[in-house]
Write a protein that binds this ligand. Structure first.
Ligand code: KIV
Length: 273
């Protein structure tokens, strides 16, 4: 990928009916892997709470943690469209605070956009961000930051009233000017219907194949959390966690038995014979 991905590229992809790929990444190394593999959009998700910071959900992630990881991803993937995922309580307190915090992703990290969770209830914030020139990715359906309010994670939009509300949310987000919207944990028929009804690119996770694009959490995709929980919607394409544990075990054994470092991995002060 030698060309910088912009909001214009995303609109063109949707217009051409080409799938929009998105993957999460939280550091320069995995961001570089994603970009090398041809992933045009990288989400520095607050899923970093579960996947790399060791929290049990996304709520404890701080703005400073998110900014630090977004900067690292930017450095690793200079051409990708990098999205900073605004953590819980970084945009809900006031519009002013939301603008100040969102602006830091662009000014300090070089991000291309921010993402925040919520539908019509978040419109005043989203409208203000867009007005001041901050590209926003919406996120509706299952909202991980509302896990305590919802009492867990579940499919959203199964009941007719909830489906209708989600369609209204999607239309409102589009009107507010979001550049993309994530549809998480919604029935595939509803996700396809929303995608048909809005011109804004939709990115699904746990929402079937009918959206304009897909996003996955990199730890699920690569099996980084060996033996850990994998959600129903995720597919493991590799088991890097298991490969890593096996490699580290071998290192432990070789050092323990005095096989490493050998002469090939150390230097001598003796002249070469
Ligand atoms: O934080 C995250 O990784 C996300 C995706 C699941 C969409 O919000």
């Amino acid at each position: 990928m030698n060309q910088k991905i912009t909001v214009r590229t995303l609109r063109e992809l949707k217009a051409r009916g080409e799938k929009i790929l998105m993957l999460t990444a939280y550091d320069a190394c995995t961001a570089a892997w994603a970009e090398a593999a041809g992933v045009p959009t990288i989400l520095v998700g607050d899923s970093m709470g579960n996947t790399v910071l060791g929290y049990s959900n996304t709520l404890p992630v701080t703005l400073e943690e998110s900014l630090l990881h977004t900067s690292a991803v930017r450095r690793g993937a200079p051409n990708a469209f990098v999205i900073g995922d605004m953590p819980f309580m970084s945009y809900q307190i006031s519009i002013e605070e939301a603008v100040r915090n969102a602006g830091r992703y662009l000014k300090e990290c070089g991000a291309d956009a921010v993402k925040l969770e919520g539908g019509r209830d978040m419109l005043p914030v989203i409208e203000r961000l867009v007005t001041v020139g901050i590209p926003v990715v919406g996120h509706i359906g299952l909202l991980p930051q509302s896990v305590l309010k919802d009492g867990g994670y579940r499919l959203h939009g199964k009941a007719a009233a909830e489906a209708k509300a989600l369609i209204s949310d999607a239309k409102a987000l589009e009107k507010a000017g979001v550049c993309m919207m994530v549809l998480e944990g919604v029935p595939r028929e509803l996700a396809a219907d929303i995608t048909f009804q809005v011109a804004t690119p939709t990115i699904g996770i746990g929402a079937g194949a009918g959206t304009d694009g897909q996003v996955q959490v990199i730890a699920d995709l690569l099996g980084l959390n060996a033996g850990g929980f994998t959600p129903k919607h995720a597919k493991r394409y590799a088991e890097l966690g298991e490969t890593a544990i096996a490699a580290i075990r071998q290192y432990v054994a070789e050092v323990t038995h005095g096989d490493f470092p050998d002469n090939a991995h150390s230097s001598s002060n003796q002249p070469k014979s």
